[in-house]
Design a protein around this ligand. Structure first.
Ligand SMILES: [Fe+2]
Length: 341
């Protein structure tokens, strides 16, 4: 079954005015919350939400527990004049962002994540979303059993300050990730999030953490696919791009795809898995078969809804049931993000 957001438009309240929308949300909050739970996503389309500050205001009206601490892997910048609105990702436009529930690798992943379209892209740049309850349900039972029993180990390698390689498939430096140069602060933050820290030569940093593959939704008690295999597995980006190229059918996508397939193949035989920028294995360190990653990404793509942005769109996702990602794009694109506790 395809993921499908519940859509609210000016027709539902007889006005596209910002103040009317705010009043409507306040008066219909129970219904909206129910739709976020049921459908996993509610899209507000066609309203006068013109600036980041308007989005912040709407986000706070929907959920007053916004947060601004971020331990995810995307490079993100705060939007000036706001406290809780960030650029969704500063990753290069050709870079694929595979489906994920935000920070699913933290014990305190956000309940909700919201996106706002300040400037719609002209080509590509959709934010696909996917109901990860469907993925849990449709997963091959043998693979499901194996992943449930063996659990997962997440590997992340960060370079030291000033040692950045000119390679967008590397993670951002750890000083950016943790917003500090103090190793003791990094260690405290990691301990609070059940992440093991290994300091390497030249102040490089390796993070290791252990996870379940599934989560039970805290409110609906449904089983959810809740991990980052399809993001962090070293074959995931190449699998994703082979799908992107079939959707976008451009020479640029073809070039990136060819490069990714080649580099992924070479790295498979030359790189030590523990030294990869990102990788995910079974908890005992053994490799998850690539055919499993392919199966997972096939299921995700079967259920995905491609949100083609329009200026002013706001989408609210139940981060405990519904994932998001990003298609490569051309030209300007400004999508902002906020999240809750
Ligand atoms: Fe994200």
């Amino acid at each position: 079954m395809k993921t499908s957001p519940f859509i609210i438009t000016p027709n539902d309240l007889g006005s596209k005015d910002f103040t009317s929308l705010k009043g409507y949300i306040q008066n219909h909050l129970d219904e909206i919350n129910q739709q976020i739970l049921n459908r996993g996503a509610v899209l507000f389309r066609g309203f006068d939400i013109l600036q980041a500050i308007d989005f912040e205001n709407i986000a706070q009206t929907i959920d007053d527990k916004l947060k601004n601490d971020y331990l995810g892997t995307s490079p993100r910048n705060i939007i000036e004049g706001t406290q809780y609105v960030f650029s969704a990702s500063e990753l290069p436009s050709y870079y694929p962002i595979m489906q994920h529930c935000e920070m699913s690798f933290l014990p305190t992943a956000p309940r909700r994540i919201m996106f706002y379209c300040h400037k719609a892209p002209q080509f590509g740049g959709e934010t696909p979303i996917c109901d990860f309850r469907q993925v849990a349900k449709n997963l091959n039972p043998d693979i499901k059993k194996e992943l449930s029993q063996k659990k997962l180990k997440l590997i992340r390698n960060y370079c030291a300050p000033g040692q950045e390689k000119n390679n967008s498939f590397q993670l951002k430096p750890w000083v950016d990730m943790f917003q500090t140069r103090e190793k003791s602060v990094v260690e405290q933050k990691c301990a609070a999030n059940q992440i093991q820290v290994e300091w390497l030569e030249n102040d490089a940093l390796r993070l290791l953490s252990y996870h379940d593959a599934f989560k039970i939704h805290p409110v609906t008690h449904q089983e959810v696919w809740f991990n980052h295999i399809q993001v962090f597995h070293s074959s995931a980006a190449a699998i994703e791009y082979s799908k992107i190229v079939r959707r976008q059918k451009t020479f640029d996508a073809w070039k990136v795809n060819a490069y990714l397939q080649l580099i992924t193949f070479i790295k498979r035989y030359t790189e030590n898995p523990i030294e990869r920028a990102m990788h995910i294995t079974y908890a005992d360190g053994k490799e998850i078969p690539i055919s499993y990653v392919q199966h997972i990404q096939d299921l995700i793509w079967q259920s995905m809804y491609f949100l083609k942005w329009e200026k002013g769109d706001v989408i609210v996702l139940d981060n405990f049931s519904t994932s998001h990602g990003r298609m490569p794009y051309k030209g300007p694109r400004e999508i902002y993000v906020s999240w809750t506790s």
